[in-house]
Design a protein around this ligand. Sequence first.
Ligand code: ADP
Length: 307
Amino acid sequence: MSFSIDLDNKNFLTGGGILSEYIIEAREIEYKYPDGTKALDNISFKAKKGEKLAFLGPNGAGKTTLFLHLNGILKPEKGEVIFAGRPISYRQKSLQELRSRVGIVFQDPDDQLFAANVFQEISFGPLNMGLSKKDAEIRVSRAMRQTGVEDLKNRPTHYLSQGQKKRVSIADILAMDPEVIIFDEPTASLDPKHKTQIVDLLDEINREGITVIMSTHDVDLAYSWADYIYVMVEGAILGEGIPGRIFSDEILLKEAGLNKPMLLEVFSMLQKKGIIENEIDLPADIKGLALLINSGSHTNKKGNGDD
Ligand code: ADP
């Protein structure tokens, strides 16, 4: 079978001609900042197409540094980043192409937004990719609709609220029509209402088949949202697994300084009091827990990985 990557219909074949299950991977990457700070130490991870992946870890764990490797902003000293089955190339043209397919939404929108108004801001990516003005406008309208910023179209980006800036920075990336979107602490410094809106938006984006990767400190969010979790501490991956397994691993939680999600704390208390049986799967969310309390039935979405 021939070696090919079909850029148009996004069918990716690897060198062996086998359709790769993973859209993006890091293999044993190491990185030191110019001042000598070792930020990444032998990091490997894989994201499946359409997966929701969370990186959990304290400040300084290396999450942002890792993310900056995934679209080639930083280049590892050792190891490699694989996109669609092939190591990424650091040539200017390849990087530009990669960045339209792997987008990063920065934690602070002010690090990302630079154009005078919202329309110009969101148009920049598609125009820069070489799309015609008409095609770019179609992309921009769609991205504005998805993120609910149509009413802000002519507003100066500078005067938007934090929540509005966040949505515009997501529209920026969506307008490029990427296959992977990486969110660095997407809910940090948002109030509960805006946090819910952003999480709903992430889910909507994911339902379209886009792989969504996020970093967060929020164990409740990671538990309820992610398909799979990597735990990072001091530039290394300390553990990985489905949420139920990660949050059942008391040693890992202690070593990483992570709390248990509130839902699981309540679940354990109810088990200790004999209100919920011991041999039951973990609830996926508050509704699942309520169901367990009311009827004794159970959900196995989050499982503890032992089955
Ligand atoms: P996280 O996103 O998990 O908070 P970072 O990737 O920002 O972690 O940081 C990882 C490590 O790299 C930390 O020790 C941090 O101080 C250091 N670091 C981050 N950016 C720089 C930089 N530009 N120069 C030097 N060290 C940096």
